[in-house]
Design a protein around this ligand. Structure first.
Ligand SMILES: NC(=O)c1ccc[n+]([C@@H]2O[C@H](COP(=O)([O-])OP(=O)(O)OC[C@H]3O[C@@H](n4cnc5c(N)ncnc54)[C@H](OP(=O)(O)O)[C@@H]3O)[C@@H](O)[C@H]2O)c1
Length: 292
């Protein structure tokens, strides 16, 4: 078993993910830029195996067989990844759970290889609830041998961990995930707004059509809260815009057309302009309910 691990970035996702590793008996050293959060994590997990906080990514990574990170965007991955590599020994493994570009994954893979370290891009789906319940879906890019080492550790907080291909393949798969969600949430918003304006009982409509071909995870998990105009349930619009920006850039490079995704990205820009950057992604319905 990979005993000694480090976890860098204790945000909404990283905090509970690192917690599952401590509960499973790993020795976990954490780093967080805002040190108070790392201290809080240690206080909360003291007594669940050997846990500690380190002042820098390199200090956290030193001596760990496996280093995991979950930060914000491409630049954060470059900064925290480079700092972690400075502390890592040849033969160790770095896994990045951030949703980032395939380009940064390939860059990190090369930078890690130059130091004899393996790198996996391993973005996640399942949101805050998935991280807390240990039921994330993880899509991985990198080498098969590194994947075989990391998989049992990632399984501590996942219901599915799948190697999709070489460096960057995990991030490309996550892009497909976000493309599939974007248009669907807009369609669900349009249906809910239409049902309300048509004078129907919208909850009853969702009950009925949710048992037919229109059913979706978004309808099941967000439909009722959208009807109630509540948007505090997970993945923020600011993060979605980052992700759609990554998708649109990749589509330009590979020649895919993403007309609906590009349009929905602009709708999310309008949600941000209304101060909704931290609302969850189902808030698209607000633009229809209250057009300005
Ligand atoms: N939230 C979700 O539902 C969800 C679902 C799937 C994927 N994701 C992806 O997972 C990643 C993390 O999301 P999150 O919701 O956990 O974000 P978050 O709550 O904002 O946490 C981000 C973490 O990264 C750290 N960080 C960011 N930039 C840094 C830098 N340059 N140097 C050092 N530390 C840095 C932050 O440190 P501080 O505490 O000091 O700010 C914090 O610990 C994102 O890429 C997101 O798109 C999120």
């Amino acid at each position: 078993m990979t005993k000694k691990v480090a976890f860098l970035g204790l945000g909404v996702m990283g905090f509970p993910m690192a917690g599952h590793l401590a509960k499973a008996g790993h020795d976990v050293t954490v780093f967080n830029r805002t040190a108070a959060k790392a201290a809080q994590w240690v206080a909360q997990h003291d007594g669940q195996g050997k846990v500690a906080a380190a002042p820098t990514p390199a200090d956290a990574a030193r001596g760990a067989d496996l280093v995991l990170m979950c930060v914000g965007n491409d630049d954060d991955v470059r900064a925290v990844g480079a700092a972690a590599l400075a502390g890592m020994a040849s033969g160790a493994l770095l896994v990045d759970h951030t949703t980032a570009s395939a380009e940064v994954a390939r860059e990190m893979h090369a930078a890690a290889a130059a130091r004899g370290v393996a790198f996996l891009d391993a973005p996640v789906s399942g949101g805050q609830a998935g991280a807390e319940n240990g039921k994330l879906t993880i899509m991985v890019g990198g080498d098969a041998a590194a994947f075989a080492t990391a998989e049992p550790v990632l399984a501590r907080y996942a219901k599915a961990v799948t190697l999709m291909g070489g460096p960057g393949a995990g991030q490309l798969t996550k892009m497909v995930n976000q493309i599939c969600i974007a248009g669907l949430v807009q369609a669900l918003s349009e249906g809910i707004n239409f049902a309300g304006r048509a004078g129907l009982d919208v909850d009853r409509v969702l009950d009925v059509i949710g048992k037919g071909a229109a059913q979706s995870w978004q309808m099941e998990n967000r439909g009722r809260t959208m009807v109630a105009d509540k948007f505090d349930f997970g993945f923020a619009v600011d993060w979605m815009r980052k992700d759609l920006g990554i998708c649109l850039a990749e589509a330009r490079a590979n020649g895919s057309a993403l007309p609906v995704t590009a349009l929905v990205d602009q709708f999310y820009a309008r949600v941000q302009a209304r101060g909704g950057g931290r609302w969850d992604t189902s808030s698209l319905v607000r633009l229809l309910r209250d057009p300005r």
